[in-house]
Design a protein. Structure first.
Lengths: 259, 388
């Protein structure tokens, strides 16, 4: 068979691309991500959501599993600052009555005192984005509420505006509290605000958020609310779910399965 | 005209040196804050604004209150205020400068402050606050300076200056309204999420500002040969009286809705924290009750004509008015808004020493500017008085 040098290189290149693409396609095939990413591999006008099945978490994790928190904080170089009042947190637990104030009753013994995972709700109408004077915090078309650490002036107006306590300010230098930093994600400077970014840097690579990937029990489900066939939509259709402070009209995109 | 600030009595220089000393202390503390971060303050992830933003809010009110002399003088021809409008305007200038300084010292990244201009964001109330405050600063500086210069040259101010005066009247209302909107539009901060907030802000501003102006007039008369006139301070005292009563009335309205409805979303838990303590936390309780007691004392002294007219008791009334509103707005309002936090837990706030030094330093800067501006005004007025 005759083959020019040019055709050989072409075929070789395509083959190499196939080998490289295989793990990506593999990941996509295993997750919901494939459904929501267009053929081009770019996410468009969709709405990300996270459904947290606390029952699965409690039953399997026995209250001691912290896999999702550790994975997130390791991935994003979140410092472990001992002073609780200067802590930086992206995802952590709060008791039911603290996460859902006003919804508790003293006889709901199955819920009172139970830990709930809390994080940025990536609200559909985020007050933090509304108040930011420099657009350092903004909402992407796919719903991710993002931070530009290089534009933030550290006025902390977003912290006053967030009704979920989801934002942290870098009161001090983070470096001494990092342990082994992850070189793939920037360490924030002192003086700026940060929060969960729904792993936008991982989404861009076709991966799931670190917390979702880290959960061994499938208690965290990530997907697209605009896709009627997505797993998150299936859960919202069949299970009773609640959101934090729905009365404020922020329309959170983090849902909790409690029953 | 500025050269008049460079000559003065020993007492004048002594006062300036004292202020410079506190400014120096504040600067040293600020350099420390710059190098170590806001960790040197008492602020936290739960109470993320503190002393600085409290002072900022209070001083916007003092600045806005200049309108209480400008409006009667220019719109209603209340001649008694002719001698004091300049002090009202210069008080506004000094206050707005303090406001801007308090915002800057509160920033985590002050070197990026111009991002607010580089990326103008009309949906942010902070953006509008910057616009109205800088505008108000310029208006008062230009108007005050030109009116004073016209007075020195014994001519009436030019028409464009008067136009700016008329612009400055609604502008003054706008600065405190926009500052109230910083707070009154935040979901989840029950104590702030209150349509009455701007009205209450303005009422308390029109009490605290003119009270300070009365004290200022007294000091001017005491330390110079210029007398702003008893009629002016008496008229101002009436304004303080009405404004103080309105302030307490608005406060009562808030209390009623919260306490009678018992709805947490009307700031019930914050009021509990502020006035009774909650879950064993009550750092601000004595301050809040002091604020109420001082306000009541001021109202008694102001409503009673005999004590309002007597200078010594009027001074007490003005001092207590100022202090009462400073406690309520400079401390209780901002800190209270963060307590309880988003999880209905309580983290208290106590300012640290560096924070207090920086606060003192900014106040000293404002007082220095006020002193110099008043010195100019007094010199011109003494000169004019000497000629006529």
């Amino acid at each position: 068979m005759e083959m020019t040098r040019r055709a050989f290189l072409k075929m070789g290149g395509l083959g190499l691309l196939g080998i490289l693409a295989a793990p990506v396609l593999d990941t996509l095939a295993r997750t919901d991500l494939g459904r929501v990413m267009g053929a081009s591999g770019v996410t468009t006008a969709k709405r990300w959501a996270l459904v947290v099945d606390m029952k699965k978490c409690w039953e399997n994790g026995n209250g001691s599993c912290r896999d999702c928190i550790l994975a997130c904080h390791r991935t994003h170089n979140v410092p472990a600052i001992p002073d609780g009042q200067e802590q930086v947190k992206w995802i952590w637990t709060e008791r039911y009555e603290n996460a859902f104030p006003g919804q508790e009753n003293e006889f709901a013994q199955n819920l009172l005192g139970q830990p709930f995972l809390v994080l940025c709700n990536h609200c559909s109408d985020p007050p933090c984005v509304r108040v930011c004077p420099t657009q350092a915090t903004f909402k992407r078309e796919d719903g991710v509420v993002m931070m530009d650490y290089h534009r933030c002036i550290g006025c902390r107006y977003c912290m006053a505006a967030c009704p979920y306590g989801a934002r942290s300010f870098n009161f001090r230098d983070a470096r001494p509290y990092l342990g082994q930093p992850n070189p793939a994600y920037p360490v924030r400077e002192r003086g700026v605000v940060e929060k969960c970014n729904l792993c936008e840097e991982r989404l861009a690579e076709g991966l799931l958020p670190a917390c979702v990937e880290a959960c061994r029990y499938g208690a965290l489900v990530f997907g697209d609310l605009e896709d009627p066939a997505s797993e998150v939509r299936e859960i919202l259709r069949t299970r009773y779910t609640i959101r934090r402070k729905p009365e404020l009209g922020t329309r959170p995109n983090v849902y909790y399965v409690v029953g | 005209m500025i050269e008049k600030a460079l000559s003065g009595s020993k007492r004048y220089w002594g006062w300036l040196i004292l202020l410079l000393f506190f400014m120096g202390l504040g600067l040293a503390a600020y350099l420390m804050q710059l190098s170590r971060g806001l960790t040197v303050t008492g602020m936290s992830r739960d109470v993320s604004w503190g002393m600085y933003i409290g002072q900022f809010t209070f001083l916007v009110g003092v600045a806005a209150s200049a309108v209480m002399v400008v409006l009667p003088y220019y719109l209603h021809n209340v001649r008694e205020f002719g001698k004091v409008t300049i002090f009202g305007e210069f008080l506004a200038v000094a206050s707005v400068i303090m406001c801007l300084l308090f915002v800057v010292v509160d920033l985590g990244k002050p070197m990026r402050i111009f991002n607010m201009i580089l990326y103008p964001t009309p949906n942010s109330i902070l953006f509008w606050d910057m616009v109205v405050l800088t505008g108000y600063l310029l208006l008062n500086l230009v108007v005050g300076w030109n009116v004073l210069e016209a007075e020195r040259n014994d001519v009436s101010p030019r028409q464009w200056v008067k136009t700016l005066v008329y612009v400055s009247i609604p502008w003054a209302i706008s600065i405190h309204t926009v500052t109230a909107f910083l707070y009154a539009g935040l979901p989840g901060r029950h104590y702030w999420l209150n349509p009455l907030l701007a009205a209450r802000f303005l009422a308390s501003a029109f009490a605290s500002g003119p009270a300070l102006l009365i004290i200022l007039c007294f000091l001017v008369r005491r330390f110079s040969s210029f007398d702003p006139g008893r009629e002016a301070t008496q008229k101002l005292a009436v304004i303080v009286t009405y404004a103080m009563v309105a302030t307490m009335f608005f406060f009562g309205l808030e209390l009623f809705t919260a306490l009678y409805s018992r709805v947490p979303a009307h700031g019930l838990y914050t009021l509990e924290y502020l006035f009774a303590g909650r879950d064993g936390h009550g750092n601000l309780v004595p301050f809040m009750w002091a604020s109420v007691a001082l306000a009541l004392l001021a109202i008694v002294l102001l409503i009673n004509p005999a004590t309002r007219r007597r200078e010594s008791t009027l001074m007490v009334a003005c001092g207590t008015t100022f202090l009462s509103i400073w406690l309520d707005k400079g401390l209780g309002l901002v800190i209270g808004g963060f307590i309880p936090n988003a999880f209905e837990k309580i983290t208290e706030y106590v300012p640290t020493a560096p924070e207090l030094f920086i606060t003192l330093g900014v106040w000293a800067t404002g007082l220095l500017i006020l002193t110099i501006l008043c010195k100019l005004a007094v010199c011109v007025k003494e000169q004019v008085g000497g000629i006529s």
